[in-house]
Design a protein around this ligand. Structure first.
Ligand SMILES: C[S@@+](CC[C@H](N)C(=O)[O-])C[C@H]1O[C@@H](n2cnc3c(N)ncnc32)[C@H](O)[C@@H]1O
Length: 288
């Protein structure tokens, strides 16, 4: 199952939905509560998870442009778009001129994308949105933290290999991987943005059997591709972990971060307890 297949996206969507940081979501909703209508562009939309999550929290009149380079995912996104929301899709390689997607837009969104991109790509996106003073909501950026409910001596080696794999080129140059959220904060703050962030960890329950097996299998493949672990050790780890999942004896947390970055001059909603807020500070005022 590929990392971007409709099957995998469908499998992870319920966990994504549970994980999305409510305080960050509330801040996005609050920022637009007085607006009669809104135009949103969702970058790397896949099958449309973000429009499904966010549309009920935004003003009734919404126009979404869902952008992805996979026409199969876009067709699925269009077919499953929430009722009452205007949705168009655009097949587009995000290595192209992202600024061309932003005209007439009020909000830029993305989910499960930022850990795939490179630092130059993210800096270019931030420059393009800052030039237009656009707010940005980004959900579900992997941050490298993994917690198993039961110890296995090989876990640490596997996760270290997975995190190294996450930094490989995923189509945008060397990927930010687990460092993406930290880079995003630094870059958006340098553009004078306020930055509200909160954790959005996947909590995979014992009943999420299929999801867990697919996730662990993906990690096995990633660790194998890194070539640093003896195959026997990796296969033994996967067998033990799969058996534990199938016996209903393993749960897992996987660290993610959501953020809402707003250009300075906009009001930042009061930070709730599970989110951290940073005031916009212009780089020259910080002596950076
Ligand atoms: C992990 S999926 C996330 C999909 C969706 N946002 C979600 O949360 O379910 C990453 C998405 O980025 C898209 N993507 C990856 N590289 C891309 C590129 N160069 N241009 C456009 N889309 C790309 C993939 O097709 C995929 O839909």
């Amino acid at each position: 199952m590929s990392g971007f297949s409709a099957e995998w996206l469908a499998l992870r969507e319920p966990l994504d939905l549970r994980a999305r940081n409510r305080s960050v979501l509330n801040a996005v909703a609050a920022a637009f509560q007085d607006r009669p209508e809104l135009a949103i562009v969702d970058l790397g939309s896949g099958t449309g998870a973000t429009v499904r999550t966010l549309s009920g929290r935004l003003p009734k009149q919404q126009r979404w442009k869902l952008v992805d380079d996979d026409p199969v995912l876009l067709a699925e996104a269009f077919a499953t778009a929430p009722a009452g929301v205007s949705v168009e899709t655009q097949e587009f390689d995000l290595n192209g001129d992202v600024g061309s997607l932003l005209d007439g837009v009020d909000l830029v969104t993305a989910s499960a994308l930022m850990d795939l991109v490179s630092e130059p790509w993210l800096a270019n996106l931030a420059a393009a949105v800052a030039a237009r003073s656009l707010p940005v909501y980004v959900a579900l950026t992997y941050d490298g933290r993994v917690g198993f409910s039961a110890f296995d001596p090989v876990d640490a080696q596997v996760i270290s290999a997975v995190n190294a794999h996450q930094r490989r080129n995923k189509g945008f140059g060397l990927a930010l991987g687990p460092g993406a959220a930290t880079s995003a904060e630094r870059i958006f703050r340098a553009f004078g943005y306020s930055f509200l962030q909160g954790q959005s960890d996947w909590i995979a329950e014992a009943s999420d059997t299929r999801f867990l097996v697919e996730l662990l299998d993906g990690w096995r493949q990633a660790a194998d591709e890194m070539g640093e672990m003896p195959p026997g050790a990796l296969e033994g780890w996967f067998t033990r972990r799969r058996e534990a999942v199938e016996a209903g004896q393993l749960t897992l947390s996987v660290g993610h971060v959501d953020f809402f970055a707003q250009p300075s001059g906009r009001r930042t909603v009061v930070p709730p307890k599970d989110a951290a807020v940073y005031d916009a500070v212009a780089p020259n005022r910080r002596g950076a």
